[in-house]
Design a protein around this ligand. Structure first.
Ligand code: UDP
Ligand code: MG
Length: 308
């Protein structure tokens, strides 16, 4: 019998934990697998850990890792994948937005041997604000245009992977972890199941538009160097433009020597424009240097306070 690890990142999910566990357990009972749960408490400030501990007391298939503070979902995923021992590993959100009813299908697709991973993607965003959906769509457009790593639009982190693929994901030890990119970068054959968006059972999402925006920019910087080339292109174009305008000014001076007082306002505008572009480019380079800085410091991705 194959062992299936269920990795569940949880942050302030005291209401969802007790609903999630029986729902998944019920579905897994129909499968010929030996389950192993890994709840990762990402430094929750509510009673999430106590709720998880209740489950570990009930059932010795349930394990947990508790972080010393909130390290973010990506860190929680990494910790859970490191702890998981299963032949197959599935990542699930605790808010039941990842329907457990998909587990048998995912399992049988992996068992068929045709795929190394089965992911899920939402084909709509019912219940989410129009503005957020619009920004997400644009994000996928942009990142897929400028990154060689394909990021599937609407793909959730909900996915079941073989041990081989999990090991590949774990071999990527980067500090700044953008899972959607990492799962795609390691390769392997992935099948995507589609479904309509489901709203969370309890609690509230922690993802504000501002956080999502930051997440998107990080994803782009982690999986594309296009912004750096953009800086080069901006620099090149303004250099060429300035050469043309110098020639223009000289020629005008020769043809019409009285014209030199012209263009004070336009000169200032151009200085401001170029100054702005320079700051933009320095900013872009700064983002990448920041990433290098964090990586070079070699800080741990998460710190465990308690584990069982
Ligand atoms: N989560 C986490 N750490 C965080 C934020 C979220 O472990 O800092 C977990 C959260 O408990 C949930 C999952 O990540 O199980 C997805 O979070 P959420 O439902 O807020 O995001 P969404 O479904 O809107 O993408
Ligand atoms: Mg959710």
């Amino acid at each position: 019998m194959k062992k299936l690890s269920i990795v569940v990142p949880c942050y302030n999910e005291q209401e969802s934990v007790p609903l999630f566990y029986p729902a998944v357990k019920k579905v897994l009972a129909t499968l010929p697998v030996e389950p192993e749960y890994w709840f990762v408490d990402d430094g929750s400030k509510d009673n999430t850990l106590q709720e998880i501990k209740k489950l570990t007391a009930e059932d010795n298939e349930v394990h947990f890792i508790s972080f010393s503070k909130n390290f973010g979902k990506e860190a929680a995923i990494y910790a859970g994948l490191q702890a998981a021992n299963g032949d197959y590993v599935v990542l699930m959100d605790v808010d039941l937005q990842d329907p457990p009813s998909f587990l048998p299908k995912m399992y049988s697709l992996l068992e068929s041997g045709q795929y190394d991973a089965v992911g899920c993607c939402r084909i709509d965003r019912k219940g989410e604000s129009k503005f957020k959906s619009f920004l997400s769509d644009k994000f996928y457009d942009v990142i897929n245009r400028i990154s060689k790593t394909e990021i599937v639009s609407g793909a959730r982190d909900y996915r079941m992977m073989t041990r081989q693929m999990v090991n590949a994901v774990l071999s990527m030890k980067e500090y700044s972890r953008f899972s959607k990119g990492i799962f795609s970068w390691v390769g392997f054959k992935t099948k995507y199941l589609e479904y309509h968006n489901i709203e969370r059972v309890a609690g509230e999402t922690d993802w504000t538009t501002r956080k999502l925006f930051k997440y998107a920019l990080n994803g782009i910087a982690d999986f594309s160097q296009a912004p750096l080339s953009l800086a080069v292109w901006i620099g090149m174009s303004s250099f060429i433009l300035s050469i043309i305008s110098i020639i223009f000014v000289i020629v005008r001076k020769i043809i019409n020597p009285a014209s030199s007082i012209f263009g004070w306002a336009s000169t200032i505008s151009i200085i401001l424009l170029i100054g702005g572009l320079q700051l933009l480019c320095i900013g872009i380079i700064g983002r990448y240097i920041g990433k290098i800085y964090l990586q070079v410091k070699n800080r741990p991705i998460y710190i465990v306070k308690e584990k069982k």
